[in-house]
Design a protein around this ligand. Structure first.
Ligand code: FES
Length: 107
């Protein structure tokens, strides 16, 4: 079982578990994590699943594609070097313990 630690916009720490093959967005929605609206349902078309990936894990993610990069421009004012759209982050055992802060949390 893979664990993800989310920090909700108000700073609340939520430690939840992911099922194999889930995206970080799906895990957040399933557990009712605040700050992940996922309006488009995970097809990389809304940027309401934006999160900041802890540095230790960022390099382990699959590379960002052009669509995700373009969608992140929608949240340009919040975008940081460690920004990703959580519907594009597939969770596997190599990401156990990953920390994801949601917009609004001081990073
Ligand atoms: S859920 Fe819409 S871009 Fe991720």
């Amino acid at each position: 079982m893979t664990t993800i630690v989310f920090f909700e916009p108000d700073g609340t720490r939520r430690e939840v578990t992911a099922n194999p093959g889930e995206t970080a967005m799906e895990v957040a929605v399933r557990h009712g994590v605040e700050g992940v609206d996922a309006d488009c349902g995970g097809v990389c078309a809304c940027a309401t699943c934006h999160g900041y990936i802890d540095g230790a894990f960022f390099d382990r993610l699959t590379e960002m594609n052009e669509t995700e990069d373009a969608m992140l421009e929608l949240v340009e004012d919040q975008r940081a070097d460690n920004s990703r759209l959580l519907c594009q982050v597939k969770i596997g055992p190599e990401l156990d313990g990953i920390v994801i802060k949601l917009p609004g949390v001081r990073r």
